[in-house]
Write a protein that binds this ligand. Structure first.
Ligand code: HEC
Ligand code: HEC
Length: 369
């Protein structure tokens, strides 16, 4: 085996696939052969996981705040219909899919979407909805904890959909088709705001399958090329990306318990080469440490979700990597005493930057909805 004396040279991809994964599998097999029972509880990382990279190893149910309202196929189908139907918006002009386009991993390619009345832009960039179920908080400022609560915020927002779930419930009851679909999804229940939210959330929970080139590689199902592997080693090593974008989820939901999702202060620029004016989590907490703090998002499907960051400031992954390479906002000379991104420069070579991006492009799900 290669000796890995230095942090930057340590071949993490090799170590995980050749040692850690087989070790973790054999622990699982030992548990089976000794007939040691598995815990019964629902956990973020399933108790029956053999490695961190198994298919369906994360349990979206564990992240739901409503254990009595389990996700079912009927709810997913209904949620998909609602997601694509303008019936939920105040003037019936807009659906969730107006901003979250399935072919762009549910983003819209815009810096920011245009407000409902067409006169301004909404506050933030439209994030992906794929693989986001595995978070303990939602929105860039972490203002809600459950997917169910997220829908209400968007539907009632004047600039986004300006609707009312109670009114939508009345409209939906009038439709024979929806009345029948709700009966199937929620037998013995009335159509109320909660059923609408739960159906939408169920659909979003279903948009999660860890089946990218990277996942296949980690499971030994396919190869990655040498640049992509080098990029993974940079992501988890020298470039320090995985200290916030935890592998394998690549979001800020902290292993091993996956019971909180972190926010960070990077110092993303806005207009006039100044720090962006959005205060992020500070607007909720009014704590100085949270000024300019944003939830660490997943970077799965990142090749499809440009432009990047809460304000869509960076148009390409090259720009994002340059920003990190120079130490975030501090590298742009912003006075940001609470920056949580380490301020030292990463000193990535042009080749290393290319490799990092090549790795990120392996995170595209094979099957898009
Ligand atoms: C006008 C465009 C627009 C429409 C319409 C829209 N969204 Fe969004 N969505 C956004 C933006 C922008 C954000 C980020 C807002 C923020 O973080 O403050 C977002 C965030 C989200 C999030 C949180 C993602 C995360 O990881 O935190 C979910 C879930 C979501 N939307 C689902 C929906 C659903 C369901 C609908 C329909 C009921 C919908 N959206 C309609 C633009 C839109
Ligand atoms: C200190 C924690 C931290 C580190 C380290 C970090 N990130 Fe991030 N990353 C974040 C946060 C927080 C955001 C969202 C910031 C925002 O929207 O303003 C983000 C956003 C991104 C985005 C844009 C996501 C989107 O959907 O718009 C990409 C791409 C990204 N990071 C890649 C990287 C790479 C590559 C590295 C390593 C060079 C890295 N990150 C290191 C916390 C971090």
């Amino acid at each position: 085996m290669n000796t890995n004396a230095r942090f930057n040279e340590f071949d993490r991809a090799y170590f995980i696939t050749k040692y850690l994964n087989p070790l973790s599998k054999s622990i699982y097999e030992t548990q089976l052969s000794f007939k040691i029972p598995f815990f019964k509880e629902t956990r973020g990382l399933k108790v029956t996981a053999q490695t961190l990279f198994d298919k369906n190893v994360f349990d979206a149910e564990a992240f739901s705040g409503f254990p009595d309202y389990k996700t079912t196929k009927e709810k997913i189908d209904l949620g998909k219909l609602l997601f694509n139907d303008p019936i939920l918006s105040g003037d019936n002009s807009r659906s969730c899919a107006s901003c979250h386009h399935s072919d762009k991993a549910f983003t819209d390619g815009l810096e920011k979407a245009v407000s409902l009345d067409g006169t301004m832009m909404v506050k933030r960039n439209t994030p992906t909805l794929r693989n986001i179920a595995f978070q303990r908080s939602f929105f860039y400022d972490s203002r809600v904890n459950y997917l169910e609560d997220q829908a209400i915020a968007v539907i009632t927002n004047v600039n986004e959909m300006h609707g009312s779930l109670d009114k939508s419930a009345l409209d939906l009851k009038k439709s024979k088709k929806y009345a029948a679909d709700f009966k199937k999804a929620f037998p013995n229940k009335e159509i109320t705001a909660f059923e609408i939210k739960n159906a939408l959330a169920s659909y979003i929970r279903s948009l999660s399958d860890y089946d990218s080139k990277f996942d296949g590689y980690m499971r030994g199902e396919n190869q990655m090329d040498l640049d992509e592997i080098a990029g993974f080693n940079l992501f988890t090593g020298k470039a320090k990306c995985a200290t916030c974008h935890f592998i394998p989820l690549t979001n800020g939901t902290v292993p091993p318990n996956f019971d909180r999702s972190e926010s960070e202060v990077l110092g993303v620029p806005g207009k006039n080469k100044k720090i962006d004016i959005d205060f992020g989590k500070y607007d909720l907490t009014h704590a100085e440490v949270n000024r300019y703090s944003f939830k660490t998002p997943t970077i799965r499907n990142i090749a499809l979700t440009a432009p990047y960051m809460h304000n869509g400031f960076f148009k390409t992954l090259e720009e994002v990597v340059d920003f990190y390479d120079q130490g975030g906002g501090s590298g742009l000379s912003f006075n940001l005493p609470n920056q949580t991104l380490p301020t030292d420069k990463l000193k990535l070579t042009p080749l290393e930057k290319k490799q990092l991006i090549a790795f990120m492009k392996t995170l595209t799900d094979k099957k898009l909805y």
